[in-house]
Ligand binder design. Structure first.
Ligand code: ADP
Ligand code: MG
Length: 487
């Protein structure tokens, strides 16, 4: 990744929280090489091209490496995984083949992301075994993997607790516990399950808690679970400077689909996420956009994993331009440049609102955050004004421009029925698509290889040609079925 924005400590919005910001007398380190980490880890960071620490890493890593309990609050995309990942790996004793670290994440997607990042960081140290244990996956193979053992377990609370209860998982030697996206885990109702897991962990351990927001419920959890923690908070200054926020008046809920259309037709973002409070609204908004001709997709927690994977892949690779999502579902989304977000309803929780808005305008890009507000929601606006310490003005919806037609996405996606388990790699796919009778490498976009399928984006006009080429050729000496999946 490229440059990191200058960040400031302590959100202007959180002045009511008492925060102990560390390193009062020492400037935070900016360079990984200045950290007291094992040499192979440092070398690997160099190889990965990670040079500068992000703010949260700079602020949290010294405390993490010194073995302190740490609460880290920073927005999505700020590099929290590397922060706790390095802490976990630095402490790990490879020769001791027991579960030494447990990382809990709210969803399978996030757990997979975290495990992927950990494997990247761990590749310099031989034989580190990282196991993911998530719901929605078959039980049997997980039991098998557990029998083989692991150093680090990454998973979702429900499934971890299942394995504990059935006696498949021994956590008695865990010395580091990570609660990633802790706020989301509580939102998803994992409190009781977390407590059950905590009861199985040694008291003597290091606990690291990460969260994008810091509501009272998290404070309560932290007080119970962490010991003498250091709290590190990093908030991007650009929430205020480069994100433009606008609030639009709607009469009632019935008007929202039309209002959404009018906003998209006026601002014509190349892509946008529309945030909804409920699954029902998600479906409603996505449906109305589709009928209006937008390449829109819905994403919510009730979807089957394979549908979620496909939806996220299509949006991330430019085959769909609008993603309509609930907060929980949108968590797994790792998108660098999002020009616009729309709040279909204003969130009840001002912190959630801030978090949603923070998804746009990343990486120094300008962002636009639009919010629909009805009369019944004025109380939420007042609450937000109070938190922001700023007045909010509601404006009238713009008229849609005449002769507007929703833009088609630039890419199309081919889904190949083969993935990691069939040893398919991105390079093989490029090979199969290019060459004699194929398409140009430049016309290929993002390639995502999952366990049993692969999604490859190609420029829309050459999608058929690409599909034909795949149909006539082989990948890894095999013929995989493939198709165009679009919106
Ligand atoms: P968060 O958990 O805070 O949402 P992630 O840990 O997922 O963020 O990191 C977001 C992205 O930033 C990842 O793609 C990661 O590889 C990258 N990243 C993390 N730290 C650095 C760094 N120091 N330099 C460059 N890229 C980084
Ligand atoms: Mg994260």
């Amino acid at each position: 990744m490229g440059n990191w924005l200058p960040l400031t400590y302590n959100a202007p919005f959180s002045s009511n929280l008492s925060l102990a910001v560390i390193m009062s007398d020492n400037a935070p380190p900016r360079d990984f090489q200045s950290l007291p980490l094992q040499q192979p880890l440092l070398q690997n960071l160099k190889d990965l091209g990670y040079k500068q620490l992000t703010e949260i890493q700079a602020a949290a890593l010294p405390a993490i490496v010194s073995g302190k309990d740490v609460i880290g609050q920073a927005k999505t995309g700020s590099g929290k995984t590397v922060a706790f990942g390095l802490g976990v790996l630095h402490k790990l004793k490879v020769e001791r083949f027991r579960v030494q670290s447990l990382v809990l994440c709210p969803t399978r997607e996030l757990a997979d992301q975290v495990a992927r990042e950990l494997r990247k960081l761990a590749r310099a140290i031989h034989n580190i075994k990282i196991l993911t244990l998530c719901g929605g996956m078959p039980f049997g193979p997980q039991i098998g993997s557990l029998k083989h053992g692991a150093h680090i377990v990454v998973g979702t609370p429900g499934r971890i607790e299942d394995h504990l209860r059935k006696g498949n998982l021994d956590l008695s030697e865990v010395h580091t516990l990570v609660l990633d996206e802790a706020d989301r885990m509580l939102d998803m109702g994992f409190q009781a399950v977390l407590d059950q897991i905590l009861a199985e962990l040694p008291q003597e351990r290091q606990t690291l808690l990460f969260s994008a927001t810091y509501p009272k419920t998290i404070d309560a959890l932290a007080t119970r679970v962490l010991r003498d923690p250091i709290k590190v908070e990093v908030t991007t200054a650009h929430t205020e400077s480069t994100i433009e926020q606008k609030y639009y008046r709607v009469e009632n809920n019935e008007q929202r689909p039309t209002a959404l259309y009018q906003l998209l037709a006026n601002y014509t973002p190349s892509s946008a996420v529309v945030f909804c409070n409920t699954k029902k609204e998600t479906d409603e908004a996505a449906q109305s956009l589709k009928s209006a001709g937008f390449a829109a997709l819905a994403l919510h927690g009730d979807m089957e994993q394979k549908d979620r994977d496909r939806t996220l892949a299509l949006f991330a690779n430019g085959s769909a331009s609008i993603l309509v999502a609930t907060d929980v579902a949108a968590r797994g989304l790792d998108i660098e440049e999002l020009p616009m977000v729309v709040n279909y309803h204003l969130s009840r929780d001002p912190e959630v609102h801030t978090h949603r808005v923070g998804r746009t305008g990343r990486a120094g890009q300008k962002g636009l955050a639009l919010t629909l507000v009805s009369k019944k929601e004025i109380y939420k606006v007042e609450r937000l004004e109070e938190m922001l310490q700023q007045p909010i003005t509601l404006q009238e919806l713009p008229e849609p421009p005449k002769g507007f037609a929703p833009p088609r996405p630039t890419m199309s996606t081919l889904q190949i029925d083969g993935g990691k388990k069939q040893k398919v790699r991105a390079g093989d796919v490029v090979g199969a698509l290019t060459g004699e009778g194929g398409i140009d490498g430049k016309q290929i976009g993002k390639i995502q290889v999952f366990d049993f399928s692969t999604f490859v984006a190609v420029e829309r006009p050459v999608a058929k040609k690409a599909l034909n080429k795949l149909g006539n050729g082989k990948i890894k000496g095999r013929n995989f079925r493939s198709r165009i999946v679009g919106v």
